[in-house]
Design a binder for this molecule. Structure first.
Ligand SMILES: *Cc1c(COP(=O)(O)O)cnc(C)c1O
Length: 463
């Protein structure tokens, strides 16, 4: 009887919280548990594996080491832990009201990363990246930003470590989201719409197409060029790379502990995928459990927009990370490096490629990918706002859509699965996208297969 009451009480919990001291002190490196090593990044000109020295012009040594290491755990420096404590451990919520609304027997949990100062998971990596650059004696960091979340997260981090920060922001977002730009200014960073005339890469694109909405791949070319041509400047990336995914694994590790507190473990783990970092963050610790046989049957789902379907319609091959072909070639799912996705409201998901590790896990069948249209995604976001209260970022709404669909499947099958999704950020600066949804102005755009085939045809051939 006592046990019954206790478990009932545990199940009814809404917020599952860890103490500050319980925040993980190490990042988990899923590369340690892959059945075979990752295909290495290749030099853009020679097509030979990239050497650490090739990356030294734009990254500090410690991040280069973290990019390639197969150590299972990497210590989080104490100075970084102190800053992370501003908002971590982040809460895990049980979505009681959403469950009730859906009349599902499934249990839905969401990890709430919107509590960070910049409002998303991106500060989990901007803090250590700025820290290692400061330690290496850098004075300035150049970066790109899509929807503005990464730019604001890095502006916050560079401010803490007294670094200057220049941010190339995709033009369509720069005009759609003026307040993200304002946040970067408050935190002392410079924000430039991309493509710009500050770089050769930007000028080349503007000559061809002066009205281009811009794309993450173009902004990356600009930031890399800026860093490579200034000795006091390094480059930082908010997603895709192994070290970025590594820093995000604090999310999934916390989730595993929080679920253990209510005697639970996920059957389904869901995250939206732009470059793959928040999905990596919530899923890699569970993918590790799956690959090492601790828990075999976890369904790990990455969710992407139908208008930029890299995991569901791209090819798994070597491609550049940027439009100009300046970055190393990465083995990943890609739609072709010069694929310019249509302007859509989830700006943070408009990227032609994906994290090599996320791509590998999808390719190996450890994780799978699904895609959704904007209108069904915003419909889910509205349901979430009207049940759980939180107005999520349009990117996050893709994960919400998938979590709701999995819960509806459980209703039909009668299964009481445990569904966990990453609630990667708030949408407080995305209200124009919600307005467009209510005005019926959101266009569901399926990228034509013909254009995808063409862009894929321009991917470099590697012998
Ligand atoms: C940037 C961003 C994403 C997409 O980027 P990933 O690297 O795929 O995580 C998703 N959600 C939010 C809130 C973001 O800011």
């Amino acid at each position: 009887m006592y046990i019954f009451i206790q478990s009932k009480v545990l199940c009814m919990k809404t917020k599952i919280l860890l103490e500050e001291e319980q925040m993980p002190k190490k990042w988990y490196n899923v590369q340690a548990d892959l059945p075979s090593p990752m295909d290495p990044p290749l030099h853009p000109a020679t097509h030979k594996p990239v050497m650490p020295d090739d990356l030294k012009a734009i990254f500090p040594m410690e991040l280069i080491r973290q990019e390639v290491t197969t150590d299972r755990y990497i210590d989080i420096p104490e100075e970084v832990q102190e800053v992370l404590h501003l908002w971590r451990p982040s809460p895990l919520y049980r979505a009681h009201r959403l469950e009730k609304f859906l009349k599902t027997p499934a249990k839905i949990y969401y990890k709430w990363e919107g509590v960070s100062p910049a409002g998303s998971h991106k500060t989990n990596t901007s803090i250590p990246q700025a820290y290692y650059n400061m330690k290496a004696g850098m004075e300035r960091i150049a970066t790109e930003t899509g929807a503005g979340q990464w730019g604001s997260a890095l502006a916050f981090a560079t401010m803490l470590y007294d670094l200057e920060c220049t941010i190339y922001m995709v033009r369509s977002s720069y005009t759609q989201k003026p307040y993200r730009k304002s946040m970067m200014h408050v935190w002392g960073a410079e924000c430039i719409p991309s493509p710009s005339t500050k770089t050769n890469a930007g000028k080349a694109v503007l000559e061809k197409d002066p009205d281009t909405p811009g794309a993450l791949g173009i902004a990356i070319s600009e930031a890399v060029e800026d860093a490579a041509t200034h000795a006091n400047t390094n480059y930082a990336l908010g997603s895709v790379l192994n070290h970025v995914c590594l820093h995000q694994t604090i999310i999934g590790q916390e989730c595993r502990e929080q679920l253990a507190m209510v005697d639970d473990y996920p059957d389904v783990v869901i995250g939206c995928v732009g470059g793959g970092s928040n999905f990596a963050g919530i899923s890699f610790p569970f993918a590790g459990d799956k690959m090492t046989g601790k828990h075999k049957d976890i369904d790990i789902i990455g969710v992407e927009p139908a208008s930029c379907p890299s995991l569901t319609k791209g090819v798994y091959t070597y491609d550049f990370g940027d439009v100009a072909g300046l970055t190393p070639l990465l083995k990943m799912f890609t739609l072709g490096h010069d694929f310019v996705p249509p302007a859509m409201h989830a700006g943070g998901l408009r990227y032609h490629g994906d994290s090599p590790i996320v791509s590998r896990l999808v390719h190996d069948g450890v994780a799978r990918a699904v895609s959704y249209h904007q209108s069904e995604v915003f419909d889910a976001a509205q349901t979430f706002a009207r049940t759980e209260g939180i107005i999520v970022a349009p990117e996050t709404a893709h994960a919400v859509r998938s979590a709701i669909d999995e819960a509806i499947k459980c209703k039909k099958s009668g299964e009481d699965k445990t569904i966990l999704f990453n609630c990667s950020g708030h949408g407080n600066f995305d209200m124009s996208a919600y307005d467009a949804f209510y005005a019926g102005q959101l266009v569901d755009y399926e990228y034509p297969d013909e254009l995808i085939r063409e862009a894929i045809g321009r991917i470099p051939k590697i012998e």
